[in-house]
Design a protein around this ligand. Structure first.
Ligand code: G3P
Ligand code: CA
Length: 292
């Protein structure tokens, strides 16, 4: 699907106006009310190095309670938080280990990865920031009373990472009944998500991508969300997704990414998405509040 044509955009904006009409409750308490969740993508990665504890804290400082991350596995089997499958872009690995090209995460032990600077590439203020383990990351999210949209990144590279991640989540208490509302697990890999749902059918799950409408019932067998790039959706697609019940019998939700400006956020909210994943969560949150 291509970017929405102008006519569709106009329709979406009209729909948006209706969606964001202030409710009586909003007028009574003076606060805007809308139900679109803002998720800090790789943490508040517009303001701090992605997928670090600093990015989690930056989201918290902005009052954002949902953070998204990416989980992969080291050579010695430890779960860490990083987006790329190589260490090059977001650490100084090429300086520290010049002879270890192509610097795949899976070729480095945790001890080696913990020697890397994962902050300086973003800015001098973040020098010394490290690559967090999933455990460290979850601890910080918990300490901040935040919620986690956890992506299994490239799970096809890491056999068994679904079970391992669920085990670690359980050990950290994230699968306890009272905490489950604070967690969604997602992936671009449908088989990985099918596995997560089979192993822990109680966990809320999302499929990353834009499946054909005809295929949605198949994805709904193991997903509660369909999470597409905002460049691939229009109001009709969002409505088609919402019309299908997900794995827990509720309408499939849509969390779209990566929306970094206010007008685009208001536009996709008008299409009826449930969540917006963004590097600049304050920009999105404020735009949605202003439009409500
Ligand atoms: O959560 C959505 C988004 O993270 C998917 O793309 O490449 O940033 O992991 P990517
Ligand atoms: Ca991600």
């Amino acid at each position: 699907m291509q970017i929405r044509p102008a006519a569709a955009l106009t329709g979406a904006l009209i729909g948006m106006s209706a969606l964001f009409l202030p409710t009586a409750a909003a007028q009574a308490d003076g606060h805007p009310h809308h139900h679109t969740v803002t998720v800090a993508h790789r943490g508040a990665s517009g303001y701090a190095p992605e997928n670090t504890l600093a990015a989690v804290d930056a989201a918290d400082d902005l009052g954002i309670d949902w953070v998204e991350n990416d989980v992969q596995r080291t050579k010695d089997g430890e779960l860490i938080v990083m987006h790329d499958t190589t260490l090059s872009r977001t650490t100084n690995v090429e300086e520290v280990f010049p002879d270890r090209a192509p610097w795949n995460i899976s070729d480095f032990t945790l001890d080696e990865i913990e020697k890397l600077d994962a902050g300086s590439w973003f800015g001098a203020d973040f020098q010394g920031e490290t690559v967090p383990t999933l455990e460290e990351y979850m601890d910080r999210v918990s300490d901040n009373h935040q919620k986690l949209l956890l992506e299994l990144k490239s799970p096809e590279l890491y056999p068994g990472i679904e079970r391992q991640t669920l085990r670690e989540l359980r050990r950290e208490g994230w699968l306890d009944h009272r905490h489950k509302r604070r967690l969604i697990v997602q992936s671009f890999n449908a088989e990985a998500m099918r596995t997560v749902h089979r192993l822990r059918p109680d966990v809320k799950t999302g499929f990353l991508g834009t499946p054909a409408v005809a295929d949605l019932p198949e994805y709904a067998e193991f997903s509660d969300q369909i999470n597409p790039s905002y460049k691939t959706i229009d109001a009709d697609y969002v409505a088609a997704v919402r019309a299908v019940d997900g794995a827990h019998g509720k309408p499939l939700e849509v969390y779209t990414w990566t929306v970094n400006d206010g007008p685009s956020a208001v536009s996709v909210a008008g299409m009826g998405v449930n969540g917006i994943i963004t590097n600049k969560p304050d920009v999105v949150r404020d735009a949605l509040d202003d439009a409500s």
